[in-house]
Design a protein around this ligand. Structure first.
Ligand code: 9C2
Ligand code: ZN
Length: 436
C-alpha cells in the first residue's frame, strides 16, 4: 500500500429519488467494492459521495481512517502546496465527486454562488450546511434526461399562448406583457437580454407565489388536458405530454409540472455526453445514471418536486434568468495531453471554474494500457464499467485491481498506468482532478 495511491470505500445517500436496491448503480458499486455490505432491496440508493465532505467522508480501506484525516495529517503530500494556497484548506478537497442513480425526478433546484452561499449558511446553517458555491457538471453513464436552464423566451411565449392553465396562473395582463415585450433575438448582456430576464423573473415569481389550492387545481387540469389533447402539447415539444404524465405520477399536481416541464429546457444526454451548470442555473435531473462533479458543497435551494425543505423566496431572488437553447449547456470533450496509450476514448471535460475537471477513459474490449503523467493536484478515480489494473509507474508492488465501483485517491504528481482487463466489457473510468 502506498500513500500515493489509496483505495477508498465511499459512503452513500438514500435520498427518495434514487433507484431502488440492487437496480441502482450506486448500490452495485458500493457492494462490488465491499461485498460485506448488505443492500436493502426496499431502499433507494441515490448518491455515492467520493471525497472529503464532512457529511459523508470517504474512508481509506486498508488504513481505517477517513481521507479527510489522512489529508489533515499530510496536507502537503496529499493536496499539494499550490492547492492549499489557492483554495485555503489543508484538509478538504476543492471538489466533491459523485455517482447519481435516478429513478424519480430530483427537486427543481439551483445552487448559490460564493457570496450567496456564505450568506445563506450564516442565516440558516441547518438548511445550508456550508458556505461554498456549487457549480456542477453531469456526465451520463447511461442515457440521461434532465431539466436545465430556462427555455428560450420565444418558446416560453408560445407555451403561454397555447396552454390555458399556465396563462390562467400567470394572468392575462402579465401573459400579454410577456408575449408582447420579449426580445427573442437578444444577445447575452445586451439591454434586450436584460428585458427578457426581467420578464422571465416576473412570470416565474408569479407562478411560484401562486396559492396552493389554485396551483393544484390547475395542475390537475393541465394533466387532464395533456391526456385529452396531446397534440396541443406536441406543438411545443413532442416529448411534453408523456413527460407531464410521468412526473405527475411521481409528484401529483406539483408546481414542478409548471416550473419544470413548461419553463425549463428538457435535455437528453447520451452515454458519455456532459453538461455544466453554473451557480444560479435552475435544474432538476429526471432519469438515468450519472457521474457528477461539483465544488465541495451541499447547498441546494429547492422549489418543487421534493419532500425536502423548499425556499421559494431565495430561489426567485437568486436566479440569473438567463434563457438559452439546450445545446448551449452541453460540454465539448477536449483532448488531454497528459494521458496517452491504447484507450479508445480519452476525453477531458474542463468546465469554466477552478475546482475540478474530469477525465473519461474508455478501453476497447481487447484491453490495452493508458499512461497518465503526474497531475499537479489531488484526484479521485472510479471504474464505472468492466475491470482492469491501476499502478504507480515504476512501482510494480503498487499494482491493484480496479473493478467496477472501485474508487482510488491519487496523490499529486503521481504517474499512473491503467490496464484494461475486461473481456467483453469496455473498462471505463472517470477521474476528477484539480490543478492550481
Ligand atoms: O445532492 C442534489 C440532490 O441536491 N444535483 O437533490 O435531493 O436535493 O432534490 P435533492 C445534490 C446533487 O449533487 C445535485 O446538485 N443537481
Ligand atoms: Zn444540482
Amino acid at each position: 500500500m502506498s500513500e500515493k495511491l489509496i483505495r477508498l470505500q465511499c459512503g452513500y445517500q438514500n435520498y427518495d429519488w434514487g433507484k431502488i436496491g440492487s437496480s441502482s448503480a450506486v448500490a452495485q458499486f458500493v457492494k462490488n467494492s465491499d461485498p460485506s455490505i448488505k443492500i436493502d432491496e426496499s431502499k433507494p440508493y441515490a448518491e455515492l459521495w467520493m471525497g472529503t465532505h464532512p457529511s459523508v467522508p470517504s474512508k481509506a480501506i486498508d488504513i481505517g481512517k477517513t481521507l479527510r484525516e489522512l489529508i489533515e495529517s499530510n496536507p502537503t503530500g496529499l493536496l499539494g502546496e499550490s492547492i492549499i494556497e489557492k483554495f485555503g484548506s489543508s484538509k478538504e478537497l476543492p471538489f466533491l465527486f459523485k455517482v447519481l442513480s435516478i429513478e424519480k425526478v430530483l427537486s427543481i433546484q439551483a445552487h448559490p454562488d460564493k457570496k450567496l452561499g456564505a450568506q445563506l449558511h450564516k442565516q440558516d446553517p441547518k438548511n445550508y450546511p456550508d458556505d461554498n458555491h456549487k457549480p456542477e457538471m453531469a456526465i451520463a453513464v447511461t442515457d440521461f434526461e434532465g431539466f436545465c436552464g430556462f427555455k428560450p423566451v420565444d418558446q416560453i411565449s408560445k407555451t403561454l399562448e397555447l396552454i390555458p392553465e399556465l396563462k390562467s396562473i400567470i394572468g392575462d395582463d402579465l401573459s400579454k406583457e410577456f408575449i408582447n415585450e420579449i426580445k427573442p433575438s437578444a444577445t447575452t448582456g445586451s439591454e434586450d437580454d436584460k428585458i427578457n430576464r426581467k420578464l422571465i423573473q416576473k412570470i416565474f415569481s408569479k407562478l411560484m407565489n401562486t396559492d396552493e389550492t389554485k396551483l393544484s387545481q390547475k395542475a390537475e387540469e393541465l394533466v387532464k388536458r395533456s391526456e385529452e389533447d396531446p397534440v396541443l402539447f406536441q406543438k411545443i415539444d413532442s416529448r411534453l405530454p408523456e413527460l407531464i404524465q410521468r412526473l405527475n405520477k411521481q409528484f401529483p399536481n406539483d408546481i414542478g409540472l409548471f416550473c419544470g416541464c413548461l419553463l425549463l429546457n428538457h435535455v437528453n444526454l447520451k452515454k458519455g455526453e456532459a453538461m455544466f451548470l453554473q451557480a444560479k442555473d435552475p435544474h432538476a435531473y429526471i432519469s438515468g445514471d450519472i457521474i457528477e462533479c461539483m465544488a465541495a458543497s451541499d447547498n441546494v435551494v429547492r422549489a418543487g418536486f421534493t419532500p425536502k425543505f423548499k425556499d421559494v423566496k431565495n430561489l426567485v431572488e437568486m436566479l440569473t434568468y438567463a434563457s438559452e437553447p439546450v445545446e448551449q449547456q452541453k460540454m465539448k470533450p477536449l483532448s488531454f495531453p497528459k494521458s496517452s496509450g491504447d484507450a479508445k476514448i480519452s476525453n477531458l471535460f474542463d468546465p469554466p471554474i477552478e475546482e475540478f475537471s474530469v477525465l473519461q477513459t474508455v478501453f476497447d474490449t481487447k484491453g490495452g494500457k493508458q499512461h497518465f503523467e503526474g497531475i499537479n493536484g489531488p484526484s479521485i478515480i472510479i471504474a464505472t464499467n468492466g475491470s482492469g489494473f491501476i499502478e504507480i509507474v515504476n512501482h510494480p508492488s503498487s499494482k491493484q485491481k480496479i473493478d467496477t465501483g472501485y474508487v482510488f485517491f491519487v496523490a499529486p504528481n503521481t504517474e499512473i498506468n491503467l490496464t484494461g482487463d475486461s473481456g467483453d466489457d469496455a473498462f471505463t473510468t472517470y477521474r476528477a482532478f484539480v490543478e492550481a
